[in-house]
Design a protein around this ligand. Structure first.
Ligand SMILES: Cc1cc2nc3c(=O)[nH]c(=O)nc-3n(C[C@H](O)[C@H](O)[C@H](O)COP(=O)(O)OP(=O)(O)OC[C@H]3O[C@@H](n4cnc5c(N)ncnc54)[C@H](O)[C@@H]3O)c2cc1C
Ligand SMILES: NC(=O)c1ccc[n+]([C@@H]2O[C@H](COP(=O)([O-])OP(=O)(O)OC[C@H]3O[C@@H](n4cnc5c(N)ncnc54)[C@H](OP(=O)(O)O)[C@@H]3O)[C@@H](O)[C@H]2O)c1
Ligand SMILES: Cc1cc2nc3c(=O)[nH]c(=O)nc-3n(C[C@H](O)[C@H](O)[C@H](O)COP(=O)(O)O)c2cc1C
Length: 579
């Protein structure tokens, strides 16, 4: 039997294709064991709906589609906002693959369908057979909540769960593969469908991806904020020359950091080890010091470590908070405390090297919105990163990745990195359409890239940027570039909100409200509305302001304004890159 056809069509990144090649090899073996199924000419349609903010769930959905095809099924892979709630009644076989965002919320492209399924009082789905794959991160309180919500909702509406939901942590590939290899044959088996004989296609060459990041070279590390600023934001340029990789304005670059050597040393001391103890990591024996340097999160404590410390120390306060299950109290307790703080506070809970690392989470990459256009800079990626540094519990604390870039990368150290494409966060294809960009703080990053892209394309469409930060004198980053874009006419409008230059805070949404009439006009002219930066406060307030502007200047009711915004979302004219 040949391997299934593997087409080279977008949106697969090179990394995803590499992963798929291994995946299909596994599928080939799996399918070989299922040749007893009988052939059938009518192929069963299965619908695969994904909710995805940064592309992982989308890539898994595409993988599932390819495997379904190999099983002779006809897959329809769509983002959730491409279908209406009522369409669910016509579907017999459904796979839902969704990540979770915000605080246990739907990703942006799943929200509309979720809202309309909940608003639709009469919806019954007795004819629907489904399974859910949920992507999430156990460091969030509401782990995989969006997937859980879909699973519960579909059952409540009368649908039949034909395979249990799988909840995946950040290393989702294996769990996703197991789910796909279990659920697709079930759907195919239901109709007696057999596996399609398709052509083999060689996968070209080794590529760079999450499991095999590209060793980039740091070319530039420049302070953007003034030395006297209350914050530190830096501009980085990372060479990707020779990688064969390319990117688009709107994509993100993921950086795989290593931990600060001083923190590693302090932790080794705190657990009363030496560092040369052997520990097993991914089946290999390595030294504890190396393991803590490159393989584990050693700043932010995970639930397992916290519970172990609580049990071993018997500390009343910590045990009380954990037992009460009060997430807010726990989060308040942990605010500003890292693993070392806990180990120093509870020295009684001595752990062996092996016990300690068994309680740690694998070290994760961090995503950064790219602040350059791949057309202008094909061989380099620019990033705009706020360094996380704060004092608490008598020590200076440093964010792992932001200070890895700021302090630890030198001529000898590579920046291991890979791209995550963001297909919807893109400069519009139509160069004549206006774009409105709201990006305070590091949220400016993709808009610097958008402006470079519009300039490169000689696009005639109007560009409007809302930017803000703490103080104009110290935090007006990329000022020269923005002013020169204003002078050249590329930046049609620039509205600035410096929050701490006066008594009362002024934020980007205040500027939006002030300029509401014109903002609405731009939207009516077919404008795109982009938001980047803080997800938890800024993006929510900007969303409210957008609704208010549309209601006021479009002379619409509250509900009509919601519908207007939903139409913008559906048309991918209101898109967000928030974190
Ligand atoms: C799609 C996407 C795009 C992104 N783009 C950008 C970007 O362009 N630029 C950018 O700078 N970031 C961006 N981020 C955020 C970035 O990925 C990292 O989260 C950020 O750099 C912090 O990572 P770190 O490893 O330095 O900190 P970590 O080691 O992860 O520590 C961060 C943690 O420290 C704690 N903390 C932080 N500040 C304080 C404080 N003052 N007091 C107490 N505790 C505190 C909090 O618990 C916080 O979660 C993006 C994220 C995503 C998902
Ligand atoms: N979810 C996250 O973990 C998350 C999200 C965003 C940023 N960060 C991290 O925080 C650090 C700094 O981030 P940053 O430079 O992007 O932004 P930032 O420093 O948090 O804020 C930039 C500007 O936004 C203002 N702001 C605060 N609340 C707002 C609101 N509700 N609406 C509109 N504007 C608001 C701030 O004002 P004031 O401060 O004066 O109120 C400041 O002027 C980085 O390390 C970044 O990665 C983390
Ligand atoms: C701002 C932000 C909020 C998140 N919130 C949650 C959450 O509440 N629960 C969870 O399990 N995962 C959460 N995640 C993790 C994502 O669901 C996870 O990284 C997922 O693999 C992303 O998939 P996607 O690329 O398809 O969007 C969050 C991630 C980010 C960046």
């Amino acid at each position: 039997m040949k391997l299934p056809q593997f087409t080279n069509d977008a949106p697969y990144s090179e990394g995803q294709r590499a992963w798929l090649s291994g995946f299909f090899a596994g599928m080939h073996a799996h399918m070989s064991q299922n040749v007893g199924l009988s052939a059938q000419t009518d192929s069963q349609t299965i619908t695969i709906l994904y909710g995805s903010q940064t592309g992982s769930a989308e890539s898994v959905a595409n993988d599932a589609g390819k495997v379904a095809k190999a099983y002779g099924l006809t897959p329809r892979v769509k983002s959730m906002d491409e279908i209406e709630a009522n369409a669910l009644t016509t579907i017999e076989y459904l796979l839902i693959i969704t990540s979770t965002y915000g605080e246990g919320e739907m990703p942006d492209n799943a929200q509309l369908l979720w809202d309309s399924v909940n608003a639709e009082g009469m919806l019954r789905l007795e004819g629907l057979n489904y399974s859910v794959l949920a992507l999430g991160d156990t460091s969030y309180d509401l782990f995989c909540q969006a997937g859980i919500d879909w699973d519960n909702k579909l059952t409540a509406l009368g649908a039949t769960r034909i395979y249990d939901r799988t909840d995946c942590d950040v290393d989702f590939e294996e769990a996703a593969e197991s789910w796909i290899t279990a659920v697709i044959p079930l759907m195919a088996g239901g109709t007696g469908t057999t596996i399609a004989e398709t052509e083999t296609r060689e996968i070209d060459k080794p590529e760079y991806h999450r499991k095999n990041p590209f060793p980039g070279t740091l070319l530039v590390n420049r302070l953007l904020t003034d030395a006297s600023s209350s914050k530190e934001t830096r501009h980085y340029e990372i060479s990707i020359a020779g990688s064969g990789l390319s990117y688009e304005a709107g994509d993100a670059l993921c950086v795989v950091p290593t931990n600060c050597p001083e923190l590693v040393a302090d932790i080794i001391k705190a657990i009363r080890c030496k560092g040369d103890e052997d520990v097993t990591v991914n089946g290999e024996l390595i030294r504890l010091k190396a393991a803590l340097h490159s393989h584990f999160e050693i700043k932010t404590p995970g639930k397992e470590l916290l519970e172990e410390i609580a049990t071993r120390s018997g500390d009343q306060e910590l045990n009380g908070i954990i037992e009460a299950g009060d997430k807010q109290k726990l989060s308040d307790y942990l605010w500003g405390r890292d693993i070392l703080d806990l180990l120093l506070q509870f020295p009684v809970c001595e752990l062996t090297a092996a016990e300690f690392i068994a309680l740690l989470k694998p070290l994760q990459h961090r995503a950064y919105s790219i602040s350059s256009s791949g057309k202008k800079y094909p061989e380099a990626v620019h990033l705009t990163v706020a360094s996380v540094r704060y004092d608490s519990y008598g020590r200076q604390h440093k964010g792992v990745c932001s200070t890895f870039l700021a302090d630890l990368v030198d001529a000898e150290t590579h920046v291991r990195c890979f791209f995550i494409p963001n297909k919807v966060f893109r400069v519009p294809e139509n160069d004549k359409l206006p774009i409105i960009m709201v990006g305070p703080g590091t949220g400016i990053a993709p808009f610097r890239a958008f402006l470079q892209e519009r300039h490169y394309r000689n696009a005639s469409g109007k560009n409007w940027l809302f930017f803000g930060d703490r103080n104009a004198a110290t935090d007006y980053i990329y000022r020269d570039e923005l002013e020169s874009y204003q002078e050249s006419g590329l930046l049609t409008k620039l509205d600035l909100a410096f929050s701490r230059d006066q008594e009362a805070k002024i934020y980007v949404q205040d500027k939006m409200l002030e300029q509401g009439a014109e903002l609405f006009l731009w939207l009516e002219q077919g404008g795109y509305f982009f938001v980047c930066g803080d997800a938890y406060r800024m993006a929510k307030d900007v969303d409210q302001a957008l609704h208010a502007v549309i209601a006021k200047h479009g002379k619409l009711t509250e509900q009509q304004a919601i519908d207007y915004v939903n139409q913008l979302k559906k048309a991918k004219r209101y898109v967000r890159d928030v974190y």
